[in-house]
Design a protein around this ligand. Sequence first.
Ligand SMILES: NC(=O)c1ccc[n+]([C@@H]2O[C@H](COP(=O)([O-])OP(=O)(O)OC[C@H]3O[C@@H](n4cnc5c(N)ncnc54)[C@H](OP(=O)(O)O)[C@@H]3O)[C@@H](O)[C@H]2O)c1
Length: 249
Amino acid sequence: MASNPFSLNNKTIFITGSSSGIGRATAIECSKMGANVIITGRNTDRLNDTYSQLVGKGHLKFRADLTNPDEMQQLLEFLPDLDGFVVNAGIVKLSPVKFIKTEDLDRIFQMNSIIPIMMTRDLVKFKKMKRSSSIVYTSSTAGNFNITPGNGMYSSSKAAINGFMKSAAVDLASKGIRCNSVNPALVKTPMMKLRYISEKQLKENLKKYPLGRYGTPEEVAYAIIYLLSDASAWVTGTSLLIDGGLTLT
Ligand SMILES: NC(=O)c1ccc[n+]([C@@H]2O[C@H](COP(=O)([O-])OP(=O)(O)OC[C@H]3O[C@@H](n4cnc5c(N)ncnc54)[C@H](OP(=O)(O)O)[C@@H]3O)[C@@H](O)[C@H]2O)c1
């Protein structure tokens, strides 16, 4: 039988934020594509829920709060050598410019920019990323392709990670490590509820989407699978838009 370049057979993929939303869907879909996945998140019940939905054998789970240095260290030591790293855990908080608080900004940049950068550094430094491996960052349309009111903290953290991703793509190319990002517009996950106040606003906002609906976590997972697979072997430094046409309007 002809080999499938989109397959993740025999690949070991580590996904942060896999106890919920996009990370959970990515873990499940990667397992369906033949990968051995390593999942992590803070909440044990949610993590176990993802674990119970994984297809096949050989998967691992590790509960950790990525903002806790000891737990982060234990997680890094726990990890085997990787073919893929999906840097997905993230947080959001809306605030108009004049109400931005330093502690909120610190928290958002820690989770969305600094921790992803430092994890990349450590996994490369400790030689956990194999040759021809792939790193995929979950960035966003926000800050990169469109701007919405009150979203300055989140937008700037997601623009930062795309800037880093391109730089890492150049730096790590000689090791055969590819770096890319996916950039979703609004996707139906628990995070979506934190961005908009009311159902009415969500309905109104939908009018901006030419395809007439918000995305699903699985639709982002499929794009991540492409960037993890050998089908994208000549793709590095790319910010892939997944937005139902939002940024065309
Ligand atoms: N949903 C959207 O509309 C959308 C659009 C564009 C981009 N994104 C990005 O996509 C990524 C996933 O978002 P989502 O919508 O799937 O959100 P979600 O359902 O809220 O999931 C967020 C994940 O991040 C984990 N996480 C948060 N803080 C953590 C910490 N301190 N330590 C360890 N894990 C932590 C959560 O773990 P727990 O379950 O333990 O809390 C959870 O697994 C984020 O980077 C987000 O910015 C989302």
